[in-house]
Write a protein that binds this ligand. Structure first.
Ligand SMILES: Cc1ncc(C[n+]2csc(CCOP(=O)(O)OP(=O)(O)O)c2C)c(N)n1
Length: 291
């Protein structure tokens, strides 16, 4: 079986550099489009960077349909800008396409469309469906005698959806251990804090443990933790796993933080705000490099 992990294996320092570049691109392309979900994309970008560029996932951008590839499904499809910059960096398509976000006829649509863009494993955007799709892929591996793993990323507000819990129960019942779920636990959804909108969802670890899952909680902006937890999940047997990644919507950048509790959900930054955010990103990265 061809192994492709070595092609995308980078050190922690290189991963931080990649995340910095991708974060900047998220801001640039959404500001140019004047729409999209930059804060929702930024909260998960360190996780996507860890997934695609640390060697955790086995994939080949030249063969997006390779049957043995590991699958990543972005269930919170409104985070599409974050997925697009990651897939372009991974080599699935020409990065020049990124600047056409949300233009008519562009494959860089408002939400990921698996029919028009290589590397997109599922068309998502209607919340709650990605985990069921991922579970289907994970079970299919068992039936087909294949060894790939499936990664699904969901939002904390998305966990309001009943379909998430149906898939959660089924994955535990069938002891699916080639499925890793990542919760982008940024504590906010569209209309406010998760613990106010749906208090029963917090703390999330208790919920998934009660459903029979292996749980592990991390700082989702700490690249070391992101990579080591993803690696660790590969050794869990007979149990689906969830990484609860504590993140910040807007990655702690002041134009998002200063706004309101919704952290500008679903709104692009103005050009001035984008300049401020990018300067802050640069300072954040310089600090990491100096550390
Ligand atoms: C079924 C469905 N209901 C409502 C929406 C509208 N919607 C888009 S994003 C969002 C909030 C999602 O919150 P969360 O999962 O926490 O994502 P994040 O805060 O990380 O953006 C909502 C309600 C949708 N896309 N699908």
């Amino acid at each position: 079986m061809p192994q492709t992990t070595d092609l995308n294996r980078h050190s922690i320092g290189e991963l931080q550099r990649i995340s910095h570049k991708l974060s900047q691109q998220i801001i640039e392309i959404t500001t140019k489009a004047g729409s999209g979900h930059p804060s929702s994309s930024l909260s998960m970008i360190d996780i996507l960077t860890g997934l695609y560029f640390s060697g955790v996932m086995n994939y080949d951008p030249k063969r997006p349909d390779w049957p043995e590839r590991d699958r990543f499904i972005l269930s919170k499809g409104h985070g599409a800008p974050g997925l697009y910059v990651t897939l372009a960096e991974a080599g699935y398509f020409d990065p020049a396409l990124l600047s056409t976000l949300r233009e008519t006829d562009s494959p860089i649509e408002g939400h990921p469309n698996m029919r028009v863009l290589p590397g997109v494993e599922a068309s998502t955007g209607s919340l709650g469906q990605g985990l069921s799709i991922g579970l289907g892929h994970a079970l299919a591996a068992r039936v087909d005698g294949r060894h790939y793993r499936v990664y699904v990323l969901i939002g904390d507000g998305e966990s309001d959806e009943g379909q998430i819990w149906e898939a959660t129960m089924a994955a535990a019942k069938y002891q699916v251990d080639n499925l890793t779920l990542i919760l982008d636990y940024n504590k906010f959804q569209q209309t406010g804090p998760v613990e106010e909108v749906m208090p029963a969802l917090t703390p999330p670890g208790d919920k998934w443990r009660a459903f029979g899952w292996y749980t592990h909680e991390i700082d989702g902006h700490d690249m070391n933790k992101v990579v080591s937890s993803l690696e660790m999940m590969k050794s869990v047997v007979n149990q689906p796993q969830i990484i609860i990644a504590n993140t910040k919507k807007g990655k702690g950048l002041s134009p998002f933080e200063a706004n309101d509790t919704n952290r500008l959900h679903g709104k692009a930054l103005s050009e001035d705000q984008a300049k401020t955010a990018i300067a802050e990103l640069d300072a954040m990265y310089a600090k990491l490099e100096g550390a």
